[in-house]
Structure formats: structure tokens, C-alpha cells
Design a protein around this ligand. Structure first.
Ligand code: GRF
Length: 207
């Protein structure tokens, strides 16, 4: 089933690019109806432009109240008849109203094996620095549904990455990013094909 997708970004948009590439090679049936960035100069906006995808800079700070921002975001999502919101390197907070309205219709990609190295302050390179600092032997990436918490919603997919001793945080970030791109597209494929069954906190995959 083809989904109308909204992708929310804050930065380079390499996860967005992985969705664009998958759609363009017909590995995914969905359509990215809008890319929304909360940072004006996010390279992800350039990526959208290059692929003829509508994009919008939308930041809370440009509105008089959180309510006004929320109404604008909801209106965009309604106008585009969005079925699924994908947070792809999005560093903003999704308003509670939106989370309620799109219950189990918002997914996020996180660069660690949740519940490790996640939550407030765990984003970008910091995640990988903390992983190496702690000395864990395995890290990876996670896709999950978004709920009111930070990185706390039901986990959909995870893939591990074995840490070799001499790896740097930057090298680790690159390796984990490859996994993010892979499992994000796979997650979207499962949702398109209605393969997910949510049972409390457990997300079962009907292969
Ligand atoms: C990456 O660190 C990724 O782990 C996280 O956001 C960061 C930027 O991703 N999800 P992207 O290149 O903007 O998709």
C-alpha cells in the first residue's frame, strides 16, 4: 500500500536520502509528500529540492505560541493527507497533539540499541562518543514508534554493529549510519505491507 509520508529533518538528511533512493528504485511504494525541517539551512532541504519533493522550513521560534506552531504543522499534515510521519535526524520535539493525532503513525531512527545511549542529549556524534567511553562491545541502530517520551516508543527494528578496538567515534558514526539507512527503509517496507502488529510495547513482525 502506498503511504503519503512526511519526513521531518534537522540536518544533512542522509536518512531522508535513503528513503528517496528506495522510492526511486521502486523498493518502496510510498510517496514523500513533504519534507519539513526545523533548521533553515538543513542540507536535507537541498536533497528534497533536487528530487522535486516539496519542502518547508518550520520552526517553533517563528510562531507567537506553541499552539500556533502546532496548528500550522497539523494543517500541513492534513493538507498532504499524511499517513506516516518519519523523523529522520529530527532534533525537535513533536508536539503532544500531533503524537496523539498520529498514534503509532510516527517513527524515528536512532543511532544506538535503545534503551541504551538514548533520550535527552543523546544525538549525533555524542551517542557514539558515549558508546566508546562506556566500552560496550556492541552498538547499532533502532527504529521505533514515537510516543510522548524521548526515544521511548515501542521498538520496531534493531540491527547490531560489533565494535572493534581501534575504531573512532566518527568511524563508528559512519558505520552505524549505514545500518540506519538500511533498517529505516526496511521498516517502511514492513509498514507499507502492513506486517507490523503492536502488542503493548512489543511490535511483532508478521513475515
Ligand atoms: C544521524 O546521527 C542519525 O543517527 C540521526 O540523526 C543524524 C543525522 O542524520 N538519526 P541525517 O543524515 O540527517 O539523516
Amino acid at each position: 500500500m502506498s503511504l503519503n509520508i512526511a519526513v521531518m529533518i534537522s540536518g544533512s538528511g542522509s536518512n531522508l536520502q535513503s528513503i528517496i533512493d528506495a522510492i526511486e528504485k521502486n523498493s518502496l511504494k510510498s510517496e514523500i509528500k513533504i519534507v519539513i525541517s526545523n533548521t533553515k539551512n538543513a542540507y536535507g532541504l537541498v536533497r528534497a529540492e533536487k528530487h522535486g519533493i516539496k519542502s518547508r522550513y518550520l520552526s517553533k521560534k517563528n510562531y507567537n505560541s506553541p499552539m500556533e506552531y502546532e496548528e500550522e504543522l497539523l494543517e500541513i499534515l492534513n493538507n498532504k493527507k499524511i499517513d506516516l510521519i518519519v523523523l529522520a535526524g529530527y532534533l525537535g520535539i513533536v508536539p503532544g497533539e500531533i503524537i496523539k493525532h498520529y498514534k503509532n503513525k510516527i517513527i524515528n531512527i536512532h543511532p544506538s540499541l535503545i534503551p541504551s545511549f538514548c533520550g535527552k542529549g543523546f544525538y549525533g556524534l555524542t551517542v557514539h562518543e558515549k558508546v566508546l567511553e562506556y566500552g560496550v562491545k556492541v552498538t547499532g541502530a533502532t527504529t521505533h514508534f514515537v510516543d510522548e517520551g524521548v526515544d521511548t516508543g515501542p521498538i520496531i527494528m534493531q540491527e547490531p554493529f560489533k565494535i572493534e578496538d581501534e575504531i573512532t567515534a566518527e568511524e563508528l558514526q559512519k558505520e552505524v549510519l549505514k545500518i540506519e539507512h538500511k533498517i529505516l527503509v526496511e521498516t517502511l517496507g514492513l509498514i507499507e505491507n502492513k506486517k507490523l502488529e503492536i502488542n503493548g510495547r512489543r511490535v511483532l513482525i508478521r513475515r
